[in-house]
Design a protein around this ligand. Structure first.
Ligand code: SF4
Length: 264
């Protein structure tokens, strides 16, 4: 396990990062490693989703799945190893569907075969019964952490940056809002960071593009929230304690908040 994606990360004079049997937040080594595998698999999925767009192969269900699954790997969103493992299996299933369609399109059009990214080449070892069993052979970030500090920093900046874009894109979709040009850029960048051997300049350039993507995603989410709930304005609320039971809800997904309030 190596996770450094939030401000709670374990700090020591020699090294920063949660890299023991569990993180400061309680995330276990198993869940953290499965999440690393899932991210890599999703980068492979995006390779085919990105290439597919050249042939007008676009699958809205797979796009939605891609951001939902990536969102699950953010801090405190999902610590359920079984659920993360099932996302990995679904990612493989959707990747196979897209790859078959894209390879057919390449053949039909007589195009040259594109070079696969490192992530698009990944496969789970066949001799392992489950992804959990395969963790030691395919977990990534710990290996990455031993590389050059500038390289690892930019890799992680890009990885965490695109996780943010995926999360808020998922929030916008939950409110019924989507945008093909945003998805197209998302898959292009997610596919690009699936290669491990970029120069520092390229990694920096990708980081700037992910920043622009996040700006567009936040704008989309802002539109979605305004259309559903109206423009936010200061409002007086009752702050007096009331005797009895209560349910405390925190977070920033307004759609979830709306659904939970209706249910309670
Ligand atoms: S998300 Fe959890 S494991 Fe990762 S850095 Fe934060 S506290 Fe550590």
């Amino acid at each position: 396990m190596f996770c450094i994606q939030c401000e709670q990360t374990i700090r020591s004079p020699n090294k920063n990062g949660c890299m023991y049997s569990q993180g400061m937040c309680g995330k276990t080594e198993e869940t953290a490693d499965l999440q690393d595998i899932l991210v890599k698999w999703l980068q492979g999925l995006s390779f085919w989703a990105n290439l597919g767009r050249k042939y007008n192969i676009i699958d809205a269900k797979i796009d939605r799945f891609a951001t939902e699954a990536l969102f699950s790997t953010l801090t405190n969103v999902n610590f359920d190893s079984d659920r993360i493992e099932s996302y990995i299996k679904d990612t493989q299933k959707y990747t196979d569907i897209l790859r078959e369609k894209v390879e057919n399109a390449i053949t039909v059009n007589g195009d040259d075969y594109t070079t696969l990214t490192a992530a698009a080449k990944m496969t789970l070892p066949e001799n392992k019964l489950s992804t959990k069993e395969a963790i030691p052979e395919v977990a990534f970030n710990f290996k990455l952490a031993r590389d050059n500090e500038d390289t690892i920093s930019l890799h992680l900046l890009n990885q965490y940056g695109i996780k943010g874009a995926g999360a808020y894109l998922e929030h916008a979709q939950a409110l019924g809002k989507s945008d093909e040009s945003i998805f197209s850029t998302y898959h292009q960048l997610m596919s690009q960071i699936g290669d491990d051997d970029h120069s520092l300049d390229t990694l920096f350039d990708i980081a700037m593009q992910i920043g622009q993507l996040n700006y567009k995603v936040m704008d989309l989410l802002d539109q979605a929230e305004n259309e559903k709930f109206g423009h936010p304005e200061p409002t007086k609320v009752n702050t007096q304690p009331i005797e009895g039971k209560c349910i405390l809800i925190s977070g920033h997904d307004l759609n979830d908040l709306d659904l939970l309030l209706k249910q309670t």
